[in-house]
Design a protein around this ligand. Structure first.
Ligand code: NAD
Length: 424
């Protein structure tokens, strides 16, 4: 018997969550799920399409298409990003919504999963058009979202400003303040401290837990970070401040290597000044391919998907890979990394710190009680360490990868909630 989730990934190209969804096949088999359990996991609770007109700057009206998928809410209101992309499809959002449900269950926060967005290329819109498109979309879906229904957040090509427009439009419709309707807001309007570095902090927290179960001591660690945007730059900076040696970093224009360690604070200054990490004084320019296969024992992909693939996987020397990017490893490479004895901390665990602090933002909004940075960091660490321990316990017991163990833990948790509710 094959589940629809698995059929879907065999039949369509799901750009970034292919590997996770493929692995699900093994998880379903391992857990020996019944047909009713598979059917329940295979179907989103609600998914819908909206069409709405927007008056463009030209004075002409243009129709837009928006979607929202609310996948599973057995563990709590659904939570997930809103993305703006010209090739957005409801099928892709359905898979991302499912993965959000998995991620929330994995770190044990009381949310289900969702994802939505608008079919649009934001580069073709003026700022005024972007605002009108956002507000129109929210008017269409406002009956179906809410602090105890479904809570949106930023995703690809949406940001804090767009979250503020969502907040404002929703509050106008409801006629009252509802800061907990959306997360990823600026701190001045109810956002949480630490949110901008939460993904990197959470990843480093699980990395440090993983180091405790390896024989790598801090002095022997050399780290390479691919990507120097929000996640990669913050990860490099936090690790550097904690005394780790970062030997290589890169951005879209290429990378730099310094065997005895880069001064990351100076690299950030250099990048801010020149727009790239290349040509940093005292370092050697390298390609992104060379960064991935450099002599570092920890590799942190924090840029794009499918960076570690069958072309380069055999050259990878890292002993630990911390997947801060979404789906940086292809399916072929994943299998070979296992053979090579590399520990892969999977994306669904490694980059879950962002949604954990979004959960904190929601709590702070509901209670109108705002936390200082130390409180957010302490609570984030606690959740990430707990998630790592749960995953590692399954790895030890079942002798499986962290990716398999993470999915297994999350699926069990969702099914347990469904059973408690009497749905299966
Ligand atoms: P970003 O756009 O801020 O940064 C991306 C970085 O990657 C940039 O420095 C860019 O120059 C670099 N880059 C692009 N192409 C590259 C290439 N070929 N080689 C090396 N570097 C390249 O994005 P971000 O928010 O830092 O997200 C990075 C990854 O982390 C994405 O996969 C994203 O989905 C994932 N992620 C981000 C968050 C978050 O909180 N921002 C949360 C979960 C997952």
């Amino acid at each position: 018997m094959i589940s629809k989730n698995i059929e879907r990934i065999h039949s369509e190209s799901v750009q970034t969550c292919e590997l996770c969804m493929m692995e699900m096949e093994n998880v379903y088999n391992n857990l020996n799920l019944s047909k009713e359990e598979m059917d329940l996991l295979d179907m989103p609770k609600r998914s819908f399409t909206v069409h709405f007109p927007v008056r463009m700057d030209s004075g002409k009206t243009k129709m837009f298409v928006g979607y929202r998928v609310q996948y599973n809410d057995a563990r709590g209101p659904t939570k997930g990003g809103i993305r703006y992309h010209p090739e957005l499809s409801i099928e892709t959002l359905r898979n991302f919504g499912f993965l959000m449900a998995i991620k929330c269950a994995l770190v044990d926060i009381p949310f289900g999963g969702a994802k939505g967005g608008i079919v649009v290329n934001t580069k073709e819109l003026s700022r005024a058009e972007l605002e009108k498109v956002t507000r129109s979309y929210i008017r269409e879906i406002s009956d179906y979202i809410g602090p105890f229904k479904d809570i949106p957040a930023p995703d690809a090509y949406t940001d804090g400003q767009i979250m503020v427009w969502i907040l404002d439009e929703f509050e106008k419709i409801k006629g009252k303040h509802v800061p907990s309707i959306v997360t990823g807001k600026p701190v001045e309007l109810g956002g949480s401290k630490v949110r901008n570095i939460a993904t990197s902090l959470g990843g480093i927290c699980v990395l440090e837990e993983a180091l405790k179960i390896t024989d790598l001591d801090k002095d022997s660690i050399n780290i390479a970070v691919q990507g120097f945007g929000n996640v990669g730059r913050n990860a490099a900076q936090i690790l550097y401040r904690e005394g780790y040696r970062i030997c290589a970093v890169s951005d879209s224009s290429g990378g730099i290597l310094k065997e005895d360690g880069l001064d990351i604070l100076k690299v950030i200054e250099h990048k801010d000044l020149t727009g790239a990490v290349l040509d940093f004084p005292g370092s050697q320019n390298i390609s992104n391919e060379e960064l991935l296969t450099s002599d570092c024992n920890i590799l942190i992909p924090a840029a794009l998907s499918k960076q570690i693939n069958k072309e380069n996987v055999r050259e990878i020397k890292a002993k630990i890979i911390l997947e801060l990017a979404n789906a940086p490893t292809t399916m072929d490479a994943n299998r070979l990394l296992l053979d090579q004895g590399v520990i892969v901390i999977p994306d669904i665990l490694a980059n879950a710190g962002g949604v954990v602090v979004s959960y904190f933002e929601w709590i702070q909004n509901l209670n109108q009680d705002y936390w200082d940075e130390e409180k957010v960091r302490t609570k984030l660490d606690k959740i990430m360490i707990n998630a790592f321990k749960n995953v590692n316990a399954i790895c030890v017991e079942d002798n499986c990868t962290m990716r398999r163990a993470s999915l297994q833990f999350a699926i069990n948790s969702i099914l347990h909630a469904e059973k408690l509710r009497g749905n299966i």
